[in-house]
Design a protein around this ligand. Structure first.
Ligand code: PLP
Length: 385
């Protein structure tokens, strides 16, 4: 079959290919320790599981649900935003539950982009931004982030470019893969930039609770509701990656426009999942504190691993990963990642998959038990690097 043109520049997702390779390695010898993917290994809160059971057992909960999500979930999202981000959202119009934030990235691109338009995407950044922009037919224009610039975009430099075709700009802080948090000042500058250039800022915010005591939303900045929308997710902060629950929040008109696309793609989430998500969002700060106590211990070993490999890193980084610069002797971090995979059977993500600007870096996921980390560390120490 001839593939549709929109797929010509969209390859199979890197991790989908890599996991196949790792499975093949597993069938021929010692199991590979995978420190590549950010899928939380810890379970959700027991009350969340109880809620799922309770609603799944009832006979009337199995039908199609409302396209814009049930009210108790939208209310829970709204009060979560108020409690943790100091943002007021109308649960009827300014909150849209999603089946994970990844689908939201595609919905937003399909709603606003088409051939002849452009979207700004971060380099390095989450690969789905570029794929979703390309699937929509638009051009993905990368903006470079660098260690020297504190991994924040240079807005002055961006404004020297021709931005007339740019409709949306993807940003993501705390930033994956570098673990950089943003500042309130940066969000304020960004809102002004968006106003001056008539660009919709799409902030992807799934990591704000991980190893971070100060979660921020761009919507807390004055005027942001006019020019920005925000994606958020329960995947990382509630250990519910496989449940597929996310949200889009912001301007009511934007959400209505995006629902026009989304409501043609799916038919709502299982009621029991939505009720459980509402429960997860009602947990207090101690839930995040306990989670972070675990991640902090893992981060210490991940830092030692980076040190052992001769990598430099920022000890203040936040989020679910650890990011470090590989020694100069490597042409790229792909080389180091392949060497560790082959000799130690430990998989660590090469930063180049997030864009050219990540080429000299590696990313270690914190989604493994302390035992897994110790074993990975031992295996790495055993090989001579
Ligand atoms: C930056 C970023 N955005 C979005 C997602 C997707 O998260 P979700 O599980 O909510 O679709 C990920 C997942 O790894 C991510 O790293």
């Amino acid at each position: 079959m001839q593939l549709a043109k929109r797929l010509l520049f969209t390859e199979e997702y890197y991790f989908s290919k890599k996991l196949r390779e790792i499975e093949e390695m597993n069938s021929t010898g010692k199991k590979v320790i995978n420190l590549g993917i950010g899928s939380p290994d810890l379970p959700p809160h027991p009350d969340v599981i109880e809620t799922l059971k309770e609603y799944a057992e009832q006979p009337h909960t199995h039908g199609y649900q409302n396209y814009k999500g049930i009210l108790p979930l939208r209310e829970a999202i709204s009060s979560w935003y108020k409690r943790f981000y100091q943002v007021t959202l109308n649960p009827n119009t300014e909150v849209l539950p999603l089946m994970g934030s990844k689908e939201g990235i595609v919905h937003i691109c399909m709603t606003y982009l088409e051939e002849g338009t452009e979207a700004l995407i971060p380099n390095p950044g989450y690969p789905t931004y570029a794929s979703a922009v390309r699937l929509s037919g638009a051009k993905a224009v990368t903006y470079d982030l660098s260690e020297e610039n504190g991994w924040l975009p240079d807005l002055k430099k961006l404004e020297q470019m021709n931005l007339s075709k740019v409709k949306i700009m993807w940003i993501n802080y705390p930033h994956m893969p570098t673990g950089t948090d943003s500042t309130q000042e940066f969000f304020e500058e960004l809102v002004q930039f968006a106003k001056r250039n008539n660009i919709l800022i799409c902030h992807d915010n799934p990591y704000s609770f991980i190893l971070n005591d100060n979660p921020k939303s761009i919507l807390s900045v004055e005027g942001a509701m006019d020019v920005a929308i925000e994606l958020n997710s329960l995947s990382k902060s509630s250990n519910m990656a496989g449940w597929r629950v996310g949200m889009l929040v912001g301007n009511a008109q934007r959400l209505q426009e995006i629902l026009r696309f989304k409501s043609n793609m799916d038919s709502g989430m299982f009621l029991a999942v939505q009720m459980s998500a509402a429960k997860a969002l009602s947990l207090d700060k101690s839930w995040y504190d306990e989670l972070n106590a675990v991640y902090r211990e893992r981060q210490k070993i991940a830092f030692s691993m980076l040190e052992h490999l001769g990598c430099k890193y920022d000890p203040k980084q936040v989020g679910l990963f650890t990011w470090g610069r590989v020694p100069e002797k490597y042409d790229s971090a792909y080389e180091l990642s392949d060497e560790i995979l082959e000799k130690a059977r430990v998989f660590i993500t090469p930063g180049g998959i997030f864009g050219e600007a990540g080429k000299q870096y590696i990313r270690i996921s914190l989604c493994g038990t302390l035992d897994t980390f110790s074993e990975a560390m031992n295996r790495i120490i055993e090989i001579s690097i």
